[in-house]
Write a protein that binds this ligand. Structure first.
Ligand code: ZN
Length: 77
């Protein structure tokens, strides 16, 4: 059963290897959890863009009131 043992060891090795979530290259401890400064910057930019869009959306909601849909209450009774 030496073959099974070797496969197990390989599995453990693969599991411990961390890879960059952007490009899949091995992670550099200096830029964890990314492989390089480039990927770290890319992810940061993506995050900042997302935050900016969300902030714009919330401020836009303030002045967006559907006045046309509001009908005056009728009391015919
Ligand atoms: Zn990368």
């Amino acid at each position: 059963m030496a073959r099974a043992k070797k496969a197990e060891a390989d599995k453990a090795g693969v599991k411990q290897k961390a890879v960059c979530s952007l490009c899949g290259k091995p992670v550099d401890p200096a830029y964890k959890p990314f492989c390089s400064k480039r990927c770290a910057d890319l992810d940061l930019n993506r995050w900042l863009n997302g935050a900016y869009v969300i902030a714009g959306d919330s401020s836009d909601e303030e002045g967006d009131e559907p006045l046309a849909e509001r009908e005056p209450p009728r009391d015919d009774f």
